[in-house]
Design a protein around this ligand. Structure first.
Ligand code: AP5
Ligand code: ZN
Length: 209
């Protein structure tokens, strides 16, 4: 199954993908995670994109498309995938159409006030990237990852100024993809506001239709 998860920042794409990948037996390919792992590893690409991510701007299309192309060459991506956070522009969507056919584009629908609540309360494990929320999914010990015992941190782009910028970047550059994929008959909307188990159940229903 070739799936794209589309939706505003903080809608829960990563949270649901980390469950759905096991359920469907396909890899979760998050361009945000790929960039963050380059930044952590201090690669050339990581150095190039670090300030862009911190500000919440988009990495140039050419760089992003090339990274996804390379990821698709890996053996685990040959029999389906969940693309999370890609495409984010019309140019990226056109490039993807040349690379892979899609079965569905799942549009995570969430109001702005909940988006801001989810992003501002998100905390992640510094080493594994595992995601928590201070209210909705707190760790057992405050500020500490349940598995690694390491401190949880806030993503640079979850600070207030970056959140506002990401929302406006989303509205200008990514939202047009909703109409783009609706016209192609690929778009399915899911309500991203209930608890993760409920969203996952809705996802299973819409992709199995
Ligand atoms: P990326 O990492 O993709 O960020 P994003 O799209 O802004 O999405 P998020 O990761 O913020 O949100 P999410 O929907 O995954 O939510 P999550 O599950 O974590 O991209 C980061 C940056 O990389 C971009 O800004 C850009 O610079 C660059 N980039 C990436 N792709 C690019 C591209 N294609 N082109 C150019 N640049 C690109 O959940 C959020 C919080 O809510 C968590 O705390 C979670 O615990 C909680 N939560 C989740 N679901 C629920 C629920 N159902 N109920 C209650 N709480 C919930
Ligand atoms: Zn994410």
């Amino acid at each position: 199954m070739n799936l794209v998860f589309l939706g505003p920042p903080g809608a829960g794409k990563g949270t649901i993908a980390s469950e759905a990948k096991n359920l469907f037996g396909i890899p979760h390919i998050s361009t945000g995670d790929l960039f963050r792992s380059h930044i952590k590893g201090e690669t050339e690409l990581g150095k190039q994109v670090k300030t862009i991510l911190a500000a919440g701007d988009l990495v140039p299309d050419s760089v992003t498309i090339e990274m996804v192309k390379q990821r698709f060459l890996e053996s685990d991506a040959q029999n389906g995938f969940i693309l999370d956070g890609f495409p984010r522009t019309i140019a990226q969507a056109d490039a993807l159409a040349e690379m892979k056919p899609l079965d569905a584009v799942v549009n995570f629908v969430l109001d702005r006030d909940l988006i801001v609540k989810r992003l501002s309360g998100r905390r992640v494990c510094k080493s594994t990237g595992k995601t928590y929320h201070i209210l909705y999914n707190p760790p057992k010990r405050e500020g500490i990852d349940d598995e690694t015992g390491e401190p949880l941190i806030q993503r640079d782009d979850d600070k207030p100024e970056a959140i506002l910028n990401r929302l406006s970047v989303y509205e200008k550059q990514t939202e047009p993809l909703i109409a783009y994929y609706r016209e192609k008959g690929l778009l399915v909307d899911i309500d991203a506001s209930p608890a993760p188990e409920v969203v996952l159940e809705a996802l299973v229903k819409v992709v199995q239709k």
